[in-house]
Design a binder for this molecule. Structure first.
Ligand code: GUN
Length: 293
């Protein structure tokens, strides 16, 4: 058996194309969707994510308001910038790239963002709306995973979904989304306190790896025929690669392909979906703003 490899790159391209169409018609009505992207410091992975976001904004025709701040930026300076962006009617979405330098309190920054502009879906108001199934902004990576499952026609209704990882950005919100009525999965969350992880992952019809440890999900942890979604993006040194590193997921891909029925690759799996869903959220923010005016 060889798993069907889900092409996240092409699904993401079609999401962006749909967003670009809607942006054109919004512009015709005089609304110019705009995202403010805030990067503090020069963490190489963050710089590369932000570059990807800027490229996507240009592609879908949205205004890109970027702020590249030095690592020495104080928490107060960042809070002041966010207050200004909250008050600016030309800005529809605000994204502060995480992680922030250690001297800045991440929770305080997230909570300063107006929930109406919280296109990352990280503000407690957005998280609460997601949990109680009210309209709001869904976090981009978990939402992108749902879109990939839907596009690949992987049935979630009644399926046992096992999520390995409980981060605020991926594991926890994805577990909630899968358990909501629209997906209707039975969900197990595994984490560092889980005993005999393999015995649980082997029960998964849908296995989600969101840990950040290269190749930690081996083939023998996967139930034959399962759908495997790899959210991990890990840089591993590779002197033969142009950049000196290559990206690998949390799943040991080649052996896993022999066991799973569906699998997402790294790169070109979940990664491009995150940015595509960010474009969709920014569009939604602009539409909602226009509706309110
Ligand atoms: N860092 C890693 N993933 C994300 C994300 O989705 N949004 C932001 N703001 N920072 C991140």
């Amino acid at each position: 058996m060889s798993a069907h490899v889900i092409d996240g790159f092409s699904v993401a391209a079609s999401v962006r194309a749909r967003v670009a169409d809607s942006v054109r018609s919004l512009k015709a009505q005089g609304i110019n969707p705009c995202l403010a992207v805030v990067l503090v410091g020069e963490d190489p992975a963050s710089v590369s994510y932000v570059t990807g976001k800027e490229k996507a904004l240009a592609e879908v025709g949205m205004i890109d308001k970027s702020y590249k701040l030095p690592v020495s930026t104080t928490e107060q300076e960042l809070l002041t910038l966010i207050q200004n962006l909250n008050a600016d009617p030309a800005v529809h979405g605000i994204l502060v790239q995480l992680p922030l330098p250690a001297h800045i309190n991440e929770a305080r920054i997230i909570m300063a963002i107006d929930p109406a502009k919280d296109v990352d879906g990280f503000h407690p108001v957005s998280v609460g709306n997601m949990v109680i199934e009210r309209p709001g902004f869904l976090p981009c990576t978990p939402h992108g995973v749902l879109v990939l499952l839907r596009e690949a026609e992987i049935r979630t209704d009644g399926a046992h979904a096992v999520v390995v990882g409980r981060s605020n950005i991926v594991g926890k919100p994805l577990a909630i989304l899968l358990a909501r009525k629209a997906c209707n999965a039975t969900v197990t969350i595994c984490h560092t306190g889980t005993r005999d992880l393999a015995s649980i992952t082997r029960q998964a019809d849908i296995l989600i790896a969101a840990v950040g440890k290269p190749k930690m999900i081996s083939a023998d942890m996967i139930k034959p025929g399962a759908a495997v979604i790899d959210v991990g993006v890990n840089r591993v040194e590779d002197p033969t690669a142009k950049k000196g590193y290559r990206l690998v997921g949390d799943v040991d891909f080649e052996p896993a392909c022999k066991v799973a029925s569906y699998i997402t690759p790294v790169p070109r799996g979940v990664g491009p979906m995150t940015i595509a869903m960010l474009m969709e959220n920014t569009l939604l923010a602009a539409v909602r703003f226009a509706g309110k005016e």
